[in-house]
Design a protein around this ligand. Sequence first.
Ligand SMILES: *[C@@H]1O[C@H](CO)[C@@H](O)[C@H](O)[C@H]1NC(C)=O
Ligand SMILES: *[C@@H]1O[C@H](CO)[C@@H](O)[C@H](O)[C@H]1NC(C)=O
Ligand SMILES: *[C@@H]1O[C@H](CO)[C@@H](O)[C@H](O)[C@H]1NC(C)=O
Ligand SMILES: *[C@@H]1O[C@H](CO)[C@@H](O)[C@H](O)[C@H]1NC(C)=O
Ligand SMILES: *[C@@H]1O[C@H](CO)[C@@H](O)[C@H](O)[C@H]1NC(C)=O
Length: 301
Amino acid sequence: MRWALLLQLLASLPNGQAEEHCSLLQAKTAAAALQVERPYFDLLIVVPSNPQQLALRSAVRQGWGRYLNETGHCPRCNSNRTVKLLFGVGPLPEWMKNQSTGEREKDLAVLPIVADEYHSLTEKIRNLIAYALENYRFALLLKADTDSFIFMDRVLRTLEQKSLFEQQDLYAGGLIRRVKPIVNLKDRHAKWADLHYTNLTGHKRFPHYAGGFGYFLSPSLCRYIATHKTSPMLPELTALANEDASVGFWLQPVQHQEVYLPVSKNTTGCHDRDVMIDHEISKERMLHRGKKLMKQGDPCS
Ligand SMILES: *[C@@H]1O[C@H](CO)[C@@H](O)[C@H](O)[C@H]1NC(C)=O
Ligand SMILES: *[C@@H]1O[C@H](CO)[C@@H](O)[C@H](O)[C@H]1NC(C)=O
Ligand SMILES: *[C@@H]1O[C@H](CO)[C@@H](O)[C@H](O)[C@H]1NC(C)=O
Ligand SMILES: *[C@@H]1O[C@H](CO)[C@@H](O)[C@H](O)[C@H]1NC(C)=O
Ligand SMILES: *[C@@H]1O[C@H](CO)[C@@H](O)[C@H](O)[C@H]1NC(C)=O
């Protein structure tokens, strides 16, 4: 019905205008074709990093990255799902541009952000989500850190058991409820201080948000976050000091499903086998677990 109307409308337009509409249609068709070409993965894992952190990225690849084979399958996971790991870095320094580090095309997303420092992390994550949408199709996005360990078998099993690949508008992870922003710069966690939140919103506590070392987002929520970054037609979403609190803050007025998942902010994943993702994993521990995974089939053996 709509198509018939559109065709009628085009027929009734003077030539020049009709052409303009046609090229719009062509552009839309081309965009649709592009969408078909973007590779699909069930789970796209994005990890922010700095260009210089070659050794850390290498440890991740040789750590939990070893669950995945070349096609993105996890042969040990009893699952047909495909997974893609993507590191997001800021612009490469000159010395790296010309260097063949072997990682450029495979899993490095070079993002157009100015500085690589903690306070630009919110910006980087938004850019990384936009990059993921432009270049891939996926059922779920997982944001993790270079010091997160992803127990892929547990992740895929849990997502399957809870039917989360099929869940619309999902925001899942270690949801933190009703915490107050850190406002004391002498606090030992001062790195995460947010001095402006309460003035900005009139609220004393953050909305629910999932810890930044491992949270899942549906494509719809990714699009919402990315569109309000890239579209000149829309106002930007206000970035808070912390990337993970920002995501919870942005999603607050939007329909979404919050699901609590067993993730651990410290290294407890080998004691508690319900933990899907753990954190504060040193480079050495990352490599050690990767070796165990290769040799014994279990990173905790
Ligand atoms: C990856 O693993 C899947 C099964 O888990 C297998 O079918 C596929 O052939 C493997 N691909 C490569 C390149 O090893
Ligand atoms: C993987 O896919 C194959 C072919 O579609 C199917 O026979 C097999 O049961 C699937 N395995 C799992 C673990 O889902
Ligand atoms: C570095 O880049 C320059 C210019 O882009 C090029 O001529 C040169 O061959 C490159 N060197 C290497 C080692 O790739
Ligand atoms: C927040 O607002 C209060 C009262 O208006 C003001 O005294 C304080 O300086 C503000 N703090 C910041 C970080 O803007
Ligand atoms: C890990 O974090 C939990 C809180 O999330 C805490 O109760 C526990 O003591 C921590 N364990 C270690 C080993 O730091």
